[in-house]
Design a protein around this ligand. Sequence first.
Ligand code: NAP
Length: 516
Amino acid sequence: MTYLTVPIAAKDLKEAAGQIKTATQAGAELLELRTDFLENLSTSLVEKLITETKTANLPVIVTCRDKRQGGAIEYPAQLRVDVLAAAIKSGADFIDLEFENFSGQNRKAITEALSQNPKSRLILSTHNFKTKFDDLEQLYSQIKKSYQPAIPKLIFTANHINDCFEAFDLLNKTDDDLITFCMGQAGFISRIIAKKLNSFVTFASIDDKTTTAPGQLTIGQFKNLYRYDSINSDTELYGIIGSPIGHSLSPNIHNACFADIGADKLYLPLLIEGGRDEFNTFMQNILERDWLGFKGFSVTIPHKQNALDFAHENKGDIEPLAEKIGAANTLLINERQISAYNTDYAGALDAITSTLKITRQDLKDMPIAVMGAGGVARAVVAGLAESKAKVTIYNRTVEKGQNLAVQFNCSFKPLAELSKVDSELLINCTSIGMYPNVNATPIAKNHLKKDMAVFDTVYNPVETLLLKQAEKIGAKTISGLDMFINQAAAQFKLFTDTDANTNLMRNILSNCLSEE
Ligand code: NAP
């Protein structure tokens, strides 16, 4: 079992009582009493704190962290050991001592106290706040060799998501109780995957204000967003690969839809910084570890082309239009076999056809203006070209726009020509108007026409200035949110072979986007 552990980091007993109550109500399974946060620390204060904790009826770890290993207030070494020995005598289930301090008189005092309360267990911890340990496995063996009954706790900072795999490997090959995960934004997923790999504990904070380590999630995020209670060793993993990824709403909608159909699946944000090399290393790490259970990915900026290239290099199955677009936004993995898809173009075409109540065949010969020539424009233009629409691309960087036009047999015009635009459908595929630049629009409002349909692929905000101005003159509007939901639903179908609950997706997205 993995205990979802909440640190109680309070300056006095009153504050601690409040935190204990909140943590318990939020669903904590174990409390870590960080006594190094207490002002005027004494053994009797810690004994009172342990008594206070008994109301919660949860197991406790008592820690008095050395400042050199991330402690809050700098207390003398002797007092810290006295506090831990007193905690053992008062019935603490676990105490946590730094491995580097477990020698000489400290070791004698702690092992003597443990012999008087055999129910109490020792966690020997070590932290690296800068980077990986030189040899994680060797450090683990060293701790076990030093004191066999100890629970080793090895916490290090991941400077890249690829650093996390060492912690996963150690968890995978160790049957004894062990705590290992990574700090920092890049180590985020290791705190969640810890449960799948049976780490003895993983830590969550009560809220954003009470985090005690970099990259810590809140207990609410663990339980509500990342399906903590349902994670088990068989849970299949999915995620969105990109950089940056922190604001992606894909975990919100996919996890809610997995829960909706009762799937034993979990969807994570996968921040892959760097370029092709880092992406390839991540994917190799995944392919080499089928026991991790990654089965599929959504892929976003800047890795869509890398995803397609990786599928090529690994002799994957590639959807023909993804090939034509030159980008994959979805990867599936089945026993090392990769399949690559692009659900963006279908998402866009379905948004157009469903709102205008037409079929894809009706797009044939329709005059359509596309603003932009980036990744989304490529997918939209490829889909429209497939349907034989008459597309004109308008783009700021002329060469990029011209190249896209040549590839898909369309026309190109510079942005200035937008003043004369006269198409049945106008599509914004630029990022203009996206949050936080919500007062920007890619085309002056006097160039919009009443009998034009206007589609903005930007979905944050849901109602962009472009859509508001089009609606005001009576033009039909198509929302980027529909495209986003359609492409996510197509991915969900690939991940689960089941239709997504698109109403649920829409509600979640509308709520999250209106909060910004
Ligand atoms: P991208 O590859 O970076 O392309 C951005 C495009 O916008 C380029 O054509 C760029 O022109 C143009 N652009 C940016 N700023 C401009 C400015 N100030 N003036 C004129 N042109 C400008 O981005 P992308 O991946 O295509 O994404 C574009 C937008 O699509 C995103 O911002 C997002 O809101 C939206 N999107 C929607 C969905 C959905 O499902 N609805 C999915 C993904 C993205 P240059 O070529 O001259 O640089």
